[in-house]
Design a protein around this ligand. Structure first.
Ligand SMILES: Cc1cc2nc3c(=O)[nH]c(=O)nc-3n(C[C@H](O)[C@H](O)[C@H](O)COP(=O)(O)OP(=O)(O)OC[C@H]3O[C@@H](n4cnc5c(N)ncnc54)[C@H](O)[C@@H]3O)c2cc1C
Length: 287
């Protein structure tokens, strides 16, 4: 059943300071509304219990891309279309562009934002594994000031996060790495387009003389939160790329992930696919 629209309120501040004033004066009363691609689905289905929204779409402070030698910093309102068009992201952070290109269809890509994807906190979302593998950091801002937090510390449980009701996610910062990295991203879903992931895998690695000097592995849909597989990484770092290493890494990952059964897939399938993707990633590093 559709929601009864007059019972909702949406206000549209023109500046970040005005938005923070609203959030700070009545913490928890107003919730951010960015592209609305997650919120509108709930509204249409009559499943949006919260009634007061703060439209942040017009806040210029949450837009744009800043590039320095150390970082690429994206406004939280950066859309998937903008991610795909950004040259520096194509070169240095290709998995983020790939995730953006495989998120929804064109309409969703024009309107859905990276910030919304992060704070919506679905464990099946497609950009979080890439953001985790790239060691992203988030800027959270309130009237009290700004704080930067490591993205891998942001999600604390299913749909639970460290962001406070009076804070906005304003920017996403990606550290630029100078060394040559290999990148591996796979979204496994029912179809190639317009499908929510069954499993989503992002990995980066630095390999020299057939030895893994460093790597990062992150997965979606295998835990209550987007998961950085630290134990699997630790087991692989410094190892030679042999079949024995690959088998050992699969065993470590099998213990580290805890996928569930739901309407999109089964725990067993997600387990198998995750281990196969890890093996494929490592095989490709060998090649
Ligand atoms: C048809 C369809 C297909 C989709 N396909 C995919 C897909 O393939 N992969 C995928 O990952 N997602 C998909 N989605 C989900 C959705 O498009 C994304 O999660 C999108 O990035 C959400 O961004 P938004 O700006 O629209 O968020 P909104 O709907 O505006 O907000 C989502 C949540 O985030 C909060 N929020 C938003 N911005 C901020 C901020 N700056 N600070 C604090 N809180 C904030 C809001 O309060 C709300 O709780 C799909 C959705 C639809 C309708």
């Amino acid at each position: 059943m559709r929601a009864y629209l007059p019972s909702y309120e949406l206000i549209s501040p023109a500046r970040l300071q005005d938005a923070l004033d609203v959030l700070g004066k009545e913490p928890g009363v107003w919730r951010p509304f960015a592209g609305g691609t997650d919120l509108m689905v709930l509204l249409e289905a009559g499943k949006l219990p919260h009634k007061n929204y703060l439209n942040i779409w017009n806040l210029k402070e949450l837009r744009g891309v800043e590039v320095t030698d150390q970082h690429v910093t994206l406004g939280a309102l950066t859309t998937y279309t903008e991610v795909q068009q950004e040259k520096v992201l194509q070169q240095a952070f290709p998995m983020l562009c790939r995730a953006a290109s495989e998120t929804g269809g064109l309409a969703i890509q024009n309107r859905g934002t990276l910030g919304g994807n992060i704070v919506n906190a679905s464990p099946a979302a497609d950009s979080p594994p890439a953001l985790l593998a790239y060691d992203a950091e988030l800027e959270l801002v309130s009237l009290e000031g700004a704080r930067w937090v490591a993205y891998h510390r942001f999600h604390t449980g299913y749909k639970e996060m460290i962001i406070r009701p009076e804070e906005l996610l304003t920017r996403i910062r990606l550290p630029r790495r100078t060394e040559k990295l290999r990148h591996y991203y796979r979204k496994v879903g029912t179809r190639k387009a317009q499908a929510i992931s069954k499993v989503c895998f992002a990995g980066t690695a630095r390999v020299r003389n057939e030895t893994i000097e460093d790597l990062r592995v992150a997965l979606g849909s295998v835990a209550p939160v987007p998961l950085r597989c630290v134990k699997t990484e630790d087991a692989l770092r410094g190892s030679e790329l042999t079949q024995t290493t690959i088998d050992r890494a699969r065993a470590v990952m099998a213990d580290e992930i805890v996928p569930i059964d739901d309407i999109r897939s089964t725990s067993n399938y997600r387990h198998q696919v995750s281990l196969n993707l890890l093996a494929d990633f490592l095989q490709q590093l060998r090649a």
